[in-house]
Write a protein that binds this ligand. Structure first.
Ligand SMILES: NC(=O)C1=CN([C@@H]2O[C@H](COP(=O)(O)OP(=O)(O)OC[C@H]3O[C@@H](n4cnc5c(N)ncnc54)[C@H](OP(=O)(O)O)[C@@H]3O)[C@@H](O)[C@H]2O)C=CC1
Ligand SMILES: O=C(O)[C@@H]1CCC=N1
Length: 273
């Protein structure tokens, strides 16, 4: 892939995940800079990955060809306004937003230009196992689209959405979703401890089973999720009882409501920020 000079504005959890995945995939450390108001996260990134760091957003923007906008959504307007002022404008820079709940229209207003790709990655990018949604308006050049796609493919898999609201659905199904699986695993581990395992044993049981199940799904693309479940569920057996309990208590509806709540929050942020 092309190795443009790439600056991450905001060196938090998601930037660390992307930077780690990019370095593992062979993106040169010398072509990456992270910028953050405080030093500790920058020092850790420099020590772990050998990338450039700065506490000055304008310095990073002047150096880079592409900027990953990776501050919290609530900080985006203030950050971009100050950046435009201190650099004299962001013309010529490709802007890659990873923020939830900020539309391209708003980003264009904030940044004063429209060379923007909106993306929605997730934290497993850290291991090269990310899932990223991408969206760009028609005028965005193919070379910029390709660069963003290749960058996100270096840290996982990608999916372009045709309508911008698709990014909100990617948030529900992928961006926020690692947390759903962590919550489910936490609940399982807690119950396994109650049933007599040590915390370490409970974690091993849950973690290895989640890993195995995810790999079973990936290794059997032609088998439906329902069929994979059926293969575990012996008639009159133990799994059937567990599944009956989940379904009686409305697991499917619970999941649907949670994903709809994530989409609703993303849309609400789009109207507020
Ligand atoms: N975490 C996730 O799983 C995902 C997050 N996202 C999106 O990524 C973005 C970042 O989220 P996340 O990494 O979790 O958040 P974090 O809070 O971990 O990171 C945000 C970083 O931005 C820094 N920051 C604050 N103000 C400025 C500024 N003016 N200029 C430069 N840096 C600044 C913060 O520094 P300090 O802490 O020193 O204040 C912090 O290190 C959000 O917009 C979120 O919607 C998207 C997909 C998944
Ligand atoms: O919780 C959030 O708002 C961000 C976006 C997706 C994951 N984390």
């Amino acid at each position: 892939m092309e190795h443009r000079k790439l600056a991450f504005i905001g060196a938090g959890n998601m930037s660390r995940s992307l930077i780690s995945g990019l370095i593992q995939s062979g993106y040169p450390a010398d072509a990456i800079m992270a910028v953050n108001p405080s030093r500790p996260k920058l020092d850790a990134l420099a020590a772990d990955f050998g990338i450039h760091t700065s506490q000055n957003n304008a310095e990073a923007a002047n150096w880079a060809q592409a900027l990953v906008l990776a501050v919290k959504p609530q900080m985006m307007a203030t950050m971009l306004e100050a950046l435009v002022r201190s650099t004299g404008g962001l013309d010529g820079k490709l802007l890659i937003s990873i923020a939830a709940g900020i539309s391209v229209t708003r980003l264009e207003q904030m940044a004063g230009q429209s060379r923007i790709v909106r993306t929605m990655p997730n934290t497993p990018s850290l291991l090269g196992l990310g899932m990223t949604g991408l969206y760009a308006r028609e005028h965005v050049e193919q070379a910029d689209r390709d660069y963003c796609e290749q960058m996100m493919q270096a840290v996982g898999k990608t999916l372009w959405v045709a309508q911008e609201d698709g990014i909100n659905q990617v948030i529900a199904a992928a961006g926020s979703a690692p947390a759903y699986f962590f919550l489910f695993m936490e609940a399982m581990a807690t119950e396994a401890v109650k049933q007599g395992f040590t915390e370490q044993e409970a974690r091993l049981l849950v973690q290895q089973t989640a890993l195995g199940a995810a790999n079973m799904v990936a290794a059997n693309p032609d088998t439906s999720l329902g069929d994979l479940r059926a293969q575990v569920t012996s008639k009159g057996g133990t799994t059937a009882e567990a599944i009956r309990s989940f379904q009686q208590q409305g697991l499917e509806q619970l999941v649907a409501d949670a994903m709809a709540a994530a989409v609703a929050r993303a849309r609400e942020l789009e109207t507020q920020l």
